[in-house]
Design a protein around this ligand. Sequence first.
Ligand code: ADQ
Length: 482
Amino acid sequence: MGTFAGRPLVVVTNREPYVDETTRTGIRHVQRAGGVVSALDPLLREYGGDWVAWGSGTADRLTAPGGVRPVPLKNPRYRLHRVYLSAEEVQGYYTRFANQGIWPLSHMLIERARFSRRAWSVYRAVNLKFARRVARESRPTALVFSHDYQLALVPSLVRQLRPDLAIAHFWHIPWPVFTVLRLCPQYQEILRGLLGADVLGFQTPDDVESFLTSVQRSFRHVSVDHRRGYIQWQGRTIAVKTFPISVDIAAIEETVATPRVTRWSNGIRRHFARNSRQLGVSVDRADYTKGIIPRLEALHEFFNRYPQHRGQVSFLQVVVPTRSEVSAYRTLFRQVEQETYRINQAFATTDWTPVITIRRSLDRPRLMGLFRAADFGLVSSLFDGMNLVAKEFVSAQIDRRGVLLLSETAGASLELDQALTVSPWDPEGFAQVLDLALSMPLEERRQRMQAMQQHLHQHTLYDWATDILSTLDEMVQNYVES
Ligand code: ADQ
C-alpha cells in the first residue's frame, strides 16, 4: 500500500481532507468543499500513502495521536499528518499572504491584492514547517506531490532538507501574466520556491507559457525551452507542463444511478421542474472569482428581456461560505443575498420563485443528484484555473437533458467545447445565450453532453495524477541515468 511505480507517495496540501470538529454529542468528521481536496482524497484512497496538511479542526488533536490520523478511521487507506498552526500563523500565511495576496493576483484581480512583509515572513515560516514535516515523514525514494499557492516554497525547502526526494508541484489556479506577477514584492522568491520541484504542473497551456515567461524575465542564469516546456536552473532540469485536472466520471455516474440518488433527483424535479418548468443550477464556494454577482445580474437581465420565460425557469444556487475570515468574502455573501432579493422582488409570483438559494455544503451524492436533475448548469467564473463543478455537472448528466453554460475564462472551457460559452462581463450576451439554451432541442443537448462525457471518460482524475507522477518518475530516472 502507498506506492506509485514502486515509490512511496507523499501528498502535501494546505487544507486537510477531513476536519474533525467537536460537537455537543461527540466528534463530527467534516469534508470541506473545495477543488483540491475533493480531487485528491479519492486518489489517495486508491493508491494509499501519506498526506501532510494543516490540522484545522477543533477535535483534530483528539483523532490524531502523535499528529497522525488514519483515513478512513475504520479500515484506513492512508495516513493524514497534521501540521498545527497558531492563530497568528493562520492569519499571516493563509488569510493574508495566500488569500489576500497571491489568490487575487493570480486571478488578475489586482485591486484586491494586498501584500506585506510581515505576512510574507509568516508565509515563509509556515512553508518551512510543512517542508520539515514532509522531510521527516518521507521514506527514501518517495515522490512528493505538493500543491497550490499556499505552499509555493515547499518544493525548494524540501529539496534543501532532503535532496534525495523527487518533487512535483501542481498549481491549481491561473498563473498571472508577468506584468501582473511582478506586482507581488516577493515574486522572485515565489518563483525560486517553485523551481525546487522536478515537475511543475499547470491547468492550461496559457498558464505554462506565462510561467515560463515569468522565469525567463526574472533570472539571468536560466535557460527556458518554451516549445518543450523545460527549464535549466542551477544545474537541474525542471519539466513545466499542462496537466488539466479532471473528475472520476465513472464514480459519479455510479453514484447518480443509485436508487437513493435517483429518488432525490426525481424529487428535485417534481418540486422545481413541475409543469414543464426548466431547472437551472449553480454550485460555488462564495468566492468573488466565481462571478456569482455577474451571473445574478445576467439573470435579472434575462427575466427582464425575455418575459416569456418568467414562470418557466427556476434557478437553484448552492453557495457555500468559505474563507469567512477574509472580509471580502463576508461582503460577497451579503451581496449575493441582496442581488437574489432584487430578482425575486421584481419577478416572483405567488407560485413561482425565480432564484432559490441553498447556503450550505451539500454532500457529494446530493450534489451530483442535483446536477443530474438540472436542465441547465451555469458556471460563470471571472477567471478559474479549471473549475471542477463544470466537469462534475457533465459527469452527472446521465439522462443527458442538460445544457452547460460555461465561462470562456475557466480552464475547463478548453476541453468542454460543447458547452455554450458565456461571459460574466457581458450580461446581455449571457441572457441571450440562456434564452438559446432553453430552446435547444433535446437531441442536440444529448449529442453535446455525450461528446463531453466521452472526453471525460478519456481524461479522468486518475489519468491526471498518473500523468504527473509518471512524468516525475521519468524525470528522476533520467537524472539518475545521466
Ligand atoms: P475551487 O476554486 O474550489 O478549486 P472548483 O474547481 O469548482 O473550485 O472546485 C470546487 C469543488 O468544491 C467541487 O468539487 C465542488 O463540487 C465542491 N463544492 C463547491 N461548492 C459546494 C457546495 N456548496 N457543497 C458541496 N460541495 C461544493 C481550485 C481552483 C479551480 C480548480 C480546482 C482543482 O480554483 O480552478 O478546478 O482547484 O484544481
